[in-house]
Design a protein around this ligand. Structure first.
Ligand code: MN
Length: 422
């Protein structure tokens, strides 16, 4: 299953816009992605005459992500949750399309985009990074922004999560961490890499489950890692212990700039691609960026709330909350107090969550007017709010304290089971 297969389907549905004229990789390409943000897939046929087609907006609407995962809106949470708990090992093949064209060890042939004026340079934004635990041998796949420093080096932003744990271990042993970066994969694979199963679960196995066992992997050439065989582009490299460079500032899901920090450097060993490769570029702060970050967290919230109330209909990290800070959760209330328990559980499912509104089963979580009406008709401020002071929130929230401490608020906007008025 490849990105090409998926895009063929999008094309047949009339969801692809083609831009054939020559476009600059600095700001101009990004402005075109912004113009169509939240709509069709955009194909830029000629970025700087580099001969690769730049494609963006693939996961820019929820419906396309559902389609990529083979789910319907109603089955989304359950199917993804099951895939995270029951991953399937993919087959490994020798003859892989991603090796068709050898580009040596240089990044210069790639149409890497610079998105905004204040960016420190061109960024690879749809790079899935695969690495391996040096003791136990399991792989991890996650998505990281990569700042191109020169032809053979990139700085990688690593928040202290799974890849960072693998990197730290390599640093302590004073050995290189091998990495493989893959760009241009089926959106179900990219989505799986944005999920957060426990360390030790290979996200590529999760992707394989989501794709019904149809993901093919292949061995890399310079590093000992397995990557999707049908990917468009593969960059193999190493991170040497202690080598860092200044990374950032970079525009994040909140539409505000994240600060610049010292981050590890990837030294490129080999670049290869499919013939006529498609280069996937994700617009920072755009719909595709926000949905790929937010939608997997909706599943985490769904799982957490499902532990405390029997039926959770839907979870939305809403666009107004940057698909990250605000959630609406629709539950079937059985007991008085379920709404508050659901709110508490939602915070445990997504630690960056700041405000959550719990609504009844029949409220459309995608309609802000319906949600507001539920607040208007059901909420008494002295009874239906919970407030948790001094909790850790999102580092992306510009109103939180410097240490990321925030106040979390849950709003129980479910109807009272027994009317307080007769
Ligand atoms: Mn992981």
């Amino acid at each position: 299953m490849s990105l090409r297969d998926f895009l063929k389907d999008c094309e047949a549905k009339g969801e692809v816009v083609n831009v054939s004229g020559k476009v600059s990789s600095r700001l101009e390409a990004a402005s075109l992605l912004a113009k169509y943000d939240g709509g069709p897939v955009v194909m830029l046929q000629d970025v700087e005459g580099k001969g690769l087609t730049v494609v963006g907006g693939i996961c820019g609407i929820r419906e396309r992500i559902y389609r990529a995962l083979g789910v319907r809106e109603a089955s989304y949470f359950r199917v993804v949750s099951e895939a995270l708990r029951n991953p399937i090992e993919p087959v490994v093949v020798d003859d892989a399309p991603v090796n068709e064209v050898d580009l040596g060890s240089s990044l210069e042939k790639l149409p890497v985009l610079t998105y905004y004026e204040k960016d420190p340079g061109p960024y690879i934004t749809a790079g899935m990074v695969v690495a391996k635990d040096i003791d136990e041998g399991f792989q991890n796949a996650s998505v990281h922004r990569l700042l191109v420093l020169d032809r053979e080096r990139m700085a990688i932003r690593m928040v202290p999560r799974h890849l960072y744990a693998l990197y730290k271990k390599a640093v302590e042993r004073e050995v290189d961490l091998q990495v493989a970066i893959v760009v241009g994969i089926h959106p179900a694979v990219l989505f799986a890499a944005c999920c957060n199963p426990p360390l030790g679960v290979d996200e590529l196995w999760v992707a394989n489950r989501l794709l019904g066992g149809r993901l093919r992997l292949t061995r890399c050439n310079k590093v000992d890692l397995l990557v999707p065989a049908d990917a468009e582009l593969l960059i193999e490299g190493v991170i040497k212990p202690g080598e860092t460079a200044l990374e950032g500032p970079f525009l994040d899901v909140t539409g505000t700039y994240d600060e610049a920090r010292q981050q590890p450097i990837i030294r490129v060993l080999r670049v290869s691609m499919r013939r006529g490769a498609l280069y996937h570029a994700i617009l920072p702060g755009g719909c595709e960026h926000r949905l790929l970050m937010g939608m997997p967290r909706e599943v985490s919230i769904w799982e957490a709330v499902s532990n405390v109330v029997p039926e959770v209909k839907a979870v939305r990290l809403t666009p107004g909350g940057c698909n990250w800070l605000h959630a609406v959760v629709a539950i079937r209330k059985q007991w008085e107090g379920d709404g508050k328990n659901a709110a508490l559980a939602a915070f445990t499912g997504h630690p960056s969550l700041k405000h959550v509104v719990i609504v009844d089963w029949d409220v459309n979580v995608d309609d802000p007017i319906e949600v507001e009406r539920a607040i208007a008709l059901n909420v008494q401020g002295d009874e239906d709010l919970i407030m948790i002071k001094g909790a850790r929130g999102s580092s992306l929230d510009p109103s939180s304290s410097k240490q990321g401490i925030t106040c979390k608020v849950g709003v129980d906007a479910t109807k009272k089971l027994r009317s307080t008025k007769s």
